[in-house]
Design a protein around this ligand. Structure first.
Ligand code: IMP
Ligand code: MG
Length: 438
C-alpha cells in the first residue's frame, strides 16, 4: 500500500474530535507503512482530554498524552510546548506502555516550556462546570481550560522546566495555591489544597520525568536542519478550536493546524502535507450546536456500530449525518491537502445516507460555516440523499471491491469538500485501510 503524503505532515481532525486520528497516526508512522519513514511524531496542543486508541495486532493502547507514534522504536515522540501536561497521567501512560512491551526512554521528549496541570485545575474545571447548569460545556474535567487560562494570565502558570528550580517552584506554588484556595473557599465553599502536599507530589513527578524533559523547539529545529521527517499529531478536532470552533463549546487550544506553529515553535513553511481526518458521519461529545444531529434510531444505529463512547470519559457520543458545510470550513482553515475517511464500514445497512450541503438561515442560503452558536442553533440543514449499501465492507482491501454506493458516497464527499480523498478506513485494525484514488 502506498499513500502519497510528501514531506513533513500534519494530521488534524476536521470535526469535533474522535475522528480516528490515533489509528491513522500509528498506521502512517509505521516505518514499513504506506507513506515512508518518520523520525518524529509531535503533539502540539491539548492535553489528557484527548483519547487516542491504537490497535496493533492483539494489543490495544489507549493514550491521552503520549503521542501514539511512541509504539515504533524508530520514532521519537515529542510533547511540545503547546501541550498542557498532567504529569500523573503521563507517568501512568509510560508505565502502561512499558507493561505492554513498548520501550520508553530516549524516544520520548517533553518540552520544558509546556505548562503543567495541577490538582486545582481539575477541581476548578469540575466546579466551574457544576455552576453552569444547562449551559455547561461538557468538558472532560481534566483541568485543560483552567490550565490554559493560567498560562494566558502568566502569573499563575507553571511550566515543566520550573520544576527543576526547587526553591523557586516552592515559593511560586505556595503563592498560587493560596490564591486558588481563596477562590475555592469564597466561590464554592471548598477547602482547597495543601501546597506542601502538591509540592512533594510534583517533586516526585519531576524526578521521574526528568530524563524526558528538554527544549523541544531546539530539538525540532535541529531535526528540520538535518532534513529529518516530522509528523504533527493534532488532538481534538478543528470544530473544537478555541478561535475557529463553536465557541464557547470548544476546547481551550487551537486544535486546527493553526495551533501547530505556536504549539511546536516551527515555521509555517516546514509542513507540506496536511491530512484532514473525517468520519463518514459526525459525532460530538459534550454540549454545543450540532446541526446534523440524529436523535433517533439511525443515530443509535451509528452509535452502536461505531462504538461511539468516549475513550477519555466513557460518555455516549452524539451522532449525526456528515456535515459538509462544517468540514469544508475546517478543511479550509487547516489548509488540508488530502482527506482520510474513517469508519466508513459503520454506515453499511442504511437504506439511504445524507450529507449536509448547505444551511438556510433567515431566508438566506449559507455555504460558509457560521461558527456562531446563535446562528447554528437556528439553521435549517439542506441535505442531499444518496443510496446506502447493505453488505459489510470490513474485509474489503481495495477500492474496486467496495460496493458502488460506498464508492459513490466517497466520490460525492470529495466533490463537496473540494479536496482529494486518499484513504478510507473500514475498521479499527491497521489492515482495514484502503488507499483511494478517485
Ligand atoms: P475540554 O477540552 O476538556 O475543556 O472540553 C471542552 C470540549 O471539548 C468538551 O465538549 C469535550 O467533550 C470536548 N473534547 C475535548 N477533548 C476531546 C477529544 O479528544 N475528543 C472529543 N471531544 C473532546
Ligand atoms: Mg478521542
Amino acid at each position: 500500500m502506498q499513500i502519497d503524503l510528501p514531506g513533513n505532515l500534519c494530521v488534524v481532525g476536521l470535526q469535533w474530535g474522535d475522528e480516528g486520528k490515533g489509528k491513522l497516526v500509528s498506521l502512517l508512522a509505521d516505518p514499513q507503512g504506506p507513506c515512508g519513514r518518520f523520525d518524529y511524531v509531535v503533539r502540539y496542543g491539548g492535553g489528557a482530554n484527548a483519547g487516542h486508541t491504537v490497535v496493533i495486532g492483539e494489543k490495544k493502547f489507549a493514550m491521552h498524552l503520549v503521542p501514539s507514534g511512541i509504539v515504533w522504536p524508530e520514532i521519537t515522540a515529542v510533547v511540545a510546548n503547546g501541550v498542557v501536561v498532567d504529569p500523573e497521567v503521563m507517568l501512568t501512560e509510560i508505565s502502561e506502555l512499558r507493561k505492554k512491551g513498548v520501550v520508553v526512554g530516549k524516544n520520548l521528549k517533553v518540552s520544558s516550556k509546556a505548562h503543567l496541570i495541577f490538582p486545582y485545575h481539575k477541581l476548578q474545571d469540575k466546579l466551574s462546570e457544576s455552576q453552569l447548569g444547562k449551559g455547561l460545556i461538557g468538558t472532560t474535567c481534566r483541568g485543560i481550560g483552567p490550565c490554559y487560562a493560567d498560562k494566558a494570565t502568566r502569573t499563575h502558570g507553571i511550566r515543566v522546566g520550573e520544576l527543576y528550580d526547587r526553591p523557586y517552584f516552592k515559593e511560586k506554588l505556595e503563592r498560587i495555591v493560596a490564591d486558588k484556595n481563596c477562590i475555592f473557599q469564597a466561590l464554592y465553599g471548598e477547602e482547597g489544597f495543601d501546597p506542601q502536599e502538591i509540592y512533594d507530589q510534583y517533586c516526585s513527578y519531576a524526578d521521574q520525568l526528568e530524563p524526558f524533559v528538554c527544549d523541544t523547539t531546539e530539538l525540532l529545529h535541529g531535526a528540520l536542519r538535518k532534513g529529518e521527517r516530522i509528523m504533527f499529531e493534532g488532538a481534538q478536532g478543528a470544530l473544537l478550536d478555541l478561535d475557529h470552533g463553536t465557541f464557547p463549546y470548544v476546547t481551550s487550544s487551537n486544535s486546527t493546524s493553526c495551533g501547530l506553529f505556536a504549539g511546536a515553535g516551527v515555521p509555517p513553511g516546514c509542513v507540506s502535507s496536511y491530512l484532514g481526518v473525517i468520519k463518514a458521519y459526525s459525532t460530538r461529545v459534550g454540549s454545543g450546536p450540532f446541526p446534523t444531529e440524529l436523535d433517533n434510531q439511525i443515530g443509535q444505529y451509528i452509535r452502536d456500530r461505531g462504538r461511539e463512547y468516549g475513550t477519555t470519559t466513557g460518555r455516549a457520543r452524539r451522532t449525526g449525518w456528515f456535515d459538509a458545510v462544517a468540514v469544508r470550513y475546517s478543511a479550509a482553515i487547516s489548509g488540508i491537502t488530502a482527506i482520510s475517511v474513517m469508519l466508513l464500514d459503520v454506515l453499511a445497512g442504511l437504506e439511504t445516507i445524507r450529507i449536509a450541503v448547505a444551511y438556510e438561515y433567515e431566508g438566506r442560503t449559507l455555504e460558509f460555516f457560521p461558527a456562531d452558536v446563535h446562528v447554528l442553533e437556528k439553521v435549517r440543514v439542506v441535505y442531499e440523499e444518496l443510496p446506502g449499501w447493505q453488505d459489510e465492507i470490513g474485509d474489503i482491501r481495495s477500492q474496486d471491491q467496495l460496493p458502488a454506493e460506498a464508492l459513490n458516497y466517497l466520490r460525492r464527499l470529495q466533490q463537496v469538500l473540494e479536496c482529494p480523498i486518499k484513504i478510507a478506513s473500514v475498521g479499527p485494525e491497521k489492515g482495514q485501510t484502503i488507499p483511494i484514488t478517485l
